[in-house]
Write a protein that binds this ligand. Structure first.
Ligand SMILES: Nc1ncnc2c1ncn2[C@@H]1O[C@H](COP(=O)(O)OP(=O)(O)OP(=O)(O)O)[C@@H](O)[C@H]1O
Ligand SMILES: [Mg+2]
Length: 398
């Protein structure tokens, strides 16, 4: 797909960064060294108070390090003028933090206004960004309290993207929304990231979110010590310390299901039917498939309505939409297999309908297909990118 946003990411590097707050003998961040490759999402995860927000705020100099340095594409952030730094770094703060007295359009345009863009350019950029995050252009003139929590979250992302920064800092960006909406927002965000390819530092305290969102995960422990920095797969397969092992949890096997997405599976083709189609014809199509005992009823926009059991297709006449059993779980290509599995196990038909961003059917996923995928191999990241302070990984598991 065409890069919708023009900007590619930049390399962000922490070199022996330490932060000591006045009056505290223990550092909040202790000798942190890690490199985030351009265009990747690095998730900082760890218990409360372990220094995640401090680490993040040193990147855009809301906090100055006591020691060490942070570079963006090789430039020390302390050498960059503040305006230049703001242009290069988008920031999504915890709880979104939209300005309540500004309209959505004015909120999105905050940084471009600071950069003294023309009104016409800001207006055009605002429209473009609202479309990019999937909000109607008419939202421009609304106020934040006229939006749902998930919509506000998208405005927060649009605002951070406004000046097309190569780097984005996101502090618990989806912390305030309910689990179902969060799953959707995560998927949307991953889809957006495939287009914009920013370098993202993403803070969460939720291990499952870290595994889903991160190309790499930095696990921090109290005192701002980097316990492990690696791909989600490597961290789950080979936690390098007891702390990391405890932190990622006892259900590591199940968590590994979060590493693969629905889009990684070979999807089944459903037998798709519309109201008014000939029953005998649908019966013949179902007979030709081996795997399916159900046809999937869809509306005029190809959105799923429910299942029709082969047994209910006897006789002649046309398909009656009321005969469909509603409640087919829908998943998206970005849904993790772990989330897909929970959705499927909760439904009577153990098939999920895979839909695109417009809710149109693209295929089916089965519990068996997810089971097959559980035995996929694990990859390890380039160890030169970070310097974990604790023991090296042990020999690979069988
Ligand atoms: N302005 C400050 N002055 C003094 N100490 C601070 C300040 N800000 C944070 N700290 C301390 O530094 C440590 C790290 O704080 P930080 O906010 O970075 O943690 P965090 O990992 O983001 O935690 P949470 O998950 O709760 O948001 C904590 O012990 C905190 O009390
Ligand atoms: Mg914090």
């Amino acid at each position: 797909m065409q890069d919708a946003d023009g900007g590619a990411g930049a390399v962000v590097a922490f070199e022996h960064v330490t932060k000591r707050y006045p009056g505290s003998d223990q550092p909040a961040v202790d000798d942190l060294t890690l490199t985030v490759p351009a265009g990747e999402i690095c998730v900082l995860v760890g218990p409360s108070g372990c220094g995640k927000t401090t680490t993040m705020k040193m990147v855009n100099r809301l906090i100055e390090p006591s020691d060490g340095r942070i570079t963006i594409d090789g430039h020390d952030v302390t050498d960059l003028p503040a305006v230049e730094l703001r242009r290069r770094i988008g920031y999504v703060i915890q709880q979104v933090g939209l300005f309540p007295h500004l309209t959505i359009g004015e909120n999105v345009g905050v940084v471009p206004r600071l950069l003294r863009w023309s009104g016409a350019r800001i207006a055009a950029r605002t429209d473009e960004l609202l479309e990019l995050v999937g909000l109607p252009a008419a939202y421009r003139d609304r106020y934040p309290n006229e939006l749902s929590g998930g919509e506000r979250q998208r405005v927060g992302v649009a605002r951070a993207l406004a000046a097309d920064p190569p780097v984005m800092l996101m502090d618990e960006p989806f912390g305030a929304v309910d689990p179902i909406r969060r799953e959707r927002l995560q998927n949307e965000f991953l889809r957006l990231q495939r287009q914009v390819r920013k370098t993202i530092i993403f803070v969460t305290h939720d291990v499952d979110e870290a595994i889903k969102m991160g190309d790499r995960i930095a696990v921090l422990q109290r005192g701002g010590i980097l316990a492990q920095y690696d791909t989600p797969a490597a961290i789950l397969a080979h936690p390098t310390s007891e702390f990391v092992e405890r932190f990622v949890g006892a259900d590591r096997g199940l968590k590994r299901l979060s590493l693969a997405r629905v889009r990684d599976l070979d999807l089944l083709d459903p037998v798709v039917v519309h109201a008014g189609e000939d029953r005998a014809e649908v019966r013949r199509r179902l007979d030709r498939t081996e795997a399916l005992d159900f046809a999937l009823l869809v509306d005029d926009g190809d959105r799923p309505l429910g299942w029709i059991d082969a047994g209910d297709l006897a006789g002649s006449g046309t398909i009656d939409p009321d005969a469909a059993t509603p409640g087919a779980p829908t998943v998206q290509p970005e849904t993790t297999l772990r989330d897909a599995l929970s959705a499927l196990l909760a439904s009577s038909v153990q098939l999920g309908v895979v839909v695109d961003a417009e809710e149109r059917v693209i295929g089916l996923v089965s519990v068996d297909a997810i089971g097959d995928r559980m035995r996929a191999p694990v990859t390890t990241a380039d160890p030169s990118l970070g310097e974990p302070r604790i023991a090296e990984p042990e020999a690979a598991e069988a």
